[in-house]
Design a protein around this ligand. Structure first.
Ligand SMILES: [Fe+2]
Length: 263
C-alpha cells in the first residue's frame, strides 16, 4: 500500500512534533503493509511556508533515521497546498509536486469551496498539473451536495478520501459523505492524513471495512494501484468502475451461453 497523504515530516507543520513520533508511525505503517508514503506537509501562505531546501534536508534526515532503525518504508516528497491566487507561482518556485509526478495535493476552505476555487485551479490544470483534492468529504459544500464531487471530477480534479472519515473520526456527516463518495465511484485515493496524534491504524481499519462493506478491489485500487500510478507519473482513470473484473466475467458468461445454444 502507498499512503499519499500524511504529515509525518517532523516539526514543519501541525503534524508530527518529533522524529521519534514519526519513526513510531512509520514503523506501524511498514508493519501493516505500507511500502511507500508521500510526506505531504502543509504549504499554506502565512501559516506554513518554507524553502524547498529546508523540506528536503528534513526529508533526508528522516530517511536516514528510518534506515538506521530498520524501517523499510520508502519516503517521497509531497505537499498539501492550500489553494490561493498565487498557488501556481508557489508550486513552480518550490516544486510542490508529489514526488517527480505531475500530481499535486490541494486543499481549500473546509467551510465550503470558495467562489474562486476553479479560478485558482485552472492555471494549474493548464500547466499540466494533476490536482487531487485532499479529504473532499470534509468540505461543507460537498457534505451538503455530494454530487458536486462529480463536477470536480468532470473538471479533471481527482478526489482523495481520508481513512478516518470512513470510521467516523470527523463526525457522522463526514462519515456519510465519505461512504457516498466511495459507493458512487467518486474517490480515487484513500489516504491517512495522519498527523501523529494517535498510533497509526485508522488506515488499516478503513481498508478492512471497505473490503467487507464494498469489495476487496476498491481498497486495492485506492491504496495501491492508483497511488502506484503517481509514482510512475501515469494517468489515473477518472472513471474506474469499468475496470472491475465482474465485467470480464459477465462477458465470458455471455459467450458460453451463446455457445450452449448455438454451438
Ligand atoms: Fe492533510
Amino acid at each position: 500500500m502507498i499512503d499519499i497523504h500524511c504529515h509525518l515530516l517532523p516539526q514543519i507543520d501541525d503534524g508530527s512534533d518529533s522524529a521519534e513520533k514519526s519513526l513510531e508511525q512509520l514503523r506501524l505503517m511498514a508493519e501493516g503493509g505500507v511500502s511507500d508514503a508521500f510526506l505531504t506537509s502543509h504549504y499554506m501562505p502565512g501559516h506554513y511556508q518554507y524553502e524547498r531546501a529546508e523540506y528536503d534536508a528534513r526529508l533526508r534526515q528522516l530517511r536516514e533515521l528510518a534506515r538506521q532503525n530498520g524501517i523499510g518504508i520508502k519516503l517521497h516528497p509531497g505537499f498539501e497546498i492550500y489553494l490561493h491566487p498565487f498557488s501556481l507561482k508557489d508550486i513552480q518556485k518550490h516544486d510542490l509536486r508529489l514526488g517527480d509526478s505531475r500530481y499535486i495535493l490541494v486543499e481549500s476552505d473546509l467551510n465550503g469551496l470558495p467562489s474562486d476555487f476553479y479560478e485558482n485551479l485552472y492555471p494549474l490544470l493548464r500547466q499540466g498539473y494533476r490536482p487531487i483534492l485532499a479529504h473532499a468529504e470534509r468540505y461543507v459544500s460537498i457534505m451538503n451536495k455530494v454530487h458536486d464531487a462529480k463536477d470536480l471530477i468532470r473538471r479533471d480534479v481527482y478526489i482523495q478520501v481520508n481513512a478516518g472519515s470512513l470510521l467516523g473520526l470527523y463526525g457522522e456527516k463526514v462519515r456519510q459523505t465519505a461512504w457516498l463518495l466511495l459507493r458512487n465511484g467518486w474517490a480515487h485515493f484513500l489516504a491517512s492524513d495522519d498527523h501523529a496524534k494517535a498510533p497509526y491504524g485508522a488506515y488499516f481499519k478503513a481498508v478492512e471495512l471497505l473490503k467487507t462493506e464494498l469489495d476487496a478491489e476498491i481498497p486495492q485500487l485506492l491504496t495501491s494501484e492508483f497511488p502506484a500510478k503517481i509514482l510512475r507519473d501515469e494517468k489515473v482513470p477518472f472513471k474506474y468502475l469499468y475496470l472491475r473484473a465482474g465485467h470480464e466475467h459477465r462477458r465470458r458468461q455471455k459467450k458460453s451461453l451463446w455457445k450452449r445454444i448455438f454451438g
